[in-house]
Design a protein around this ligand. Structure first.
Ligand code: GLA
Length: 374
């Protein structure tokens, strides 16, 4: 059933199925309702499960607007950074909760080659291209389809947009499950060889209080290596062992423990802003586990991707506002499951090439729980 929950919801007769997707507050639906210059409608979509978990999504940028999960006392709070309304989202520059692509993270000098032909994406991050380029898929209206426990967003990224070859058909499905996991499934096809690296850019703060820094969160990343970068945050090609460095999260430790250590990589990133090379593991085992002591909340990340960009909100400086606060330095962290940055220029990295006839598939699950509980 195709259904859009916009500002007009309050005046409709609500069926049980619609009820499941009803907004937390009709005012929220109104705040996120909009129309782009082509008349495409933007709306807020809500998923709920039986444990009180609520996920708000919008088809603008296929964005997670909020993830509301219980703490150890059962108090349901938003554990993501987000904007107040659609206007905030459209103007925002920190990629809160959106899907970035068609090439997420950086491509050196915006230049890459496929079959000998050179392509150029616009430089929007110093000398490099970040998250696809200018007005990329995170700033566009996607088509939405609402299902029982899921919302599907799709978009066709035209051949040549931001310099990338191929009409890329991309679909992202968000499903909320009864075990408090939010699954994100990506599929894509192209009609010309292209590069693809898509991820969700949610910022988390498991305390539920976005004025608190995330430095006390305990983090485990199942990665023995990371990809060091140059001063413009482009990987050098080295896969460096984390052992004996501030990048060792193989045993859970506080995010803030070593974040200000004198270590060139941390200076380049202004903190952590690096891709970790995930170890081979049982598909049932999480790639990442984060816990926050006061709330008792735990988040586990499962992914089919080979890497994860761990970013500690180093660029947040109070300019971005939402939820009644100005988001300060390191009040959110991202775990962007992905292929490695600049892979199109790094032959030794897992390939990001997608050819006609192939189907790109990727899945990431964020599962929430209480630390110490099964
Ligand atoms: C990614 C990048 C960071 C930063 C954020 C958005 O995580 O690696 O350097 O650009 O996106 O602010």
């Amino acid at each position: 059933m195709v259904l859009s929950l916009g500002a007009g919801l309050a005046s409709c007769v609500i069926t049980p199925e619609e009820m499941e997707h009803s907004p937390i507050d009709p005012k929220r639906a109104a705040a996120f309702a909009a129309k782009d210059s082509n008349g495409n409608e933007v709306a807020l979509y809500t998923l709920r499960n039986k444990n009180g978990m609520i996920v708000e999504l919008t088809n603008y940028g296929a964005t997670i607007v909020s993830i509301n999960v219980p703490d150890k006392k059962g108090k349901v709070e938003n554990v993501t950074l987000g904007y107040e309304d659609h206007a905030g989202l459209a103007a925002g520059g920190s990629y809160f909760g959106c899907v970035v692509g068609r090439y997420g993270n950086r491509i050196a000098k915006g230049t890459f080659k496929i079959d000998g032909a050179e392509y150029h994406a616009p430089l929007n991050n110093g000398v490099n291209t970040l998250h696809g380029g200018i007005k990329s898929i995170d700033k566009q209206v996607w088509k939405a389809r609402l299902m029982n426990d899921a919302v599907s967003f799709s978009i066709t990224v035209p051949d040549g947009e931001n310099g990338y070859p191929g009409n890329l058909k991309l679909k992202v499905v968000y499903s909320l499950r009864e075990d408090n996991s939010l699954a994100i499934d990506y599929t894509a096809t192209t009609d010309k060889a292209t590069v693809i690296n898509v991820t969700n850019h949610a910022y988390f703060n498991l305390s539920g209080d976005p004025t608190q820094k995330i430095l006390d969160h305990e983090l485990m990343i199942h990665a023995d290596r990371f990809t060091p970068v140059d001063s413009t945050l482009i990987p050098t090609g080295e896969l460096r062992a984390v052992k004996g460095t501030p990048f060792d999260f193989t045993q859970a430790k506080a995010i803030g423990k070593d974040i200000d250590a004198t270590y060139e990589q941390l200076q380049f990133g202004g903190g952590y802003d690096h891709n970790f090379v995930l170890n081979e593991r049982d598909p049932q085992a999480p790639a990442v586990v984060v816990t926050e002591k006061n709330s008792g909340r735990k988040m586990e990340v499962f992914t089919t991707e080979p890497g994860v960009q761990f970013y500690t909100g180093n660029f947040l400086n109070g300019n971005e506002k939402g939820r009644g606060v100005a988001y300060q330095h390191r009040t959110g962290f991202c775990l962007e499951t992905q292929h490695f940055p600049d892979s199109p220029n790094q032959p030794s990295f897992p390939t990001t090439l997608l050819k006609p006839g192939e189907t790109f598939k990727s899945q990431t699950i964020y599962r929430f729980g209480i630390d110490g509980e099964k």
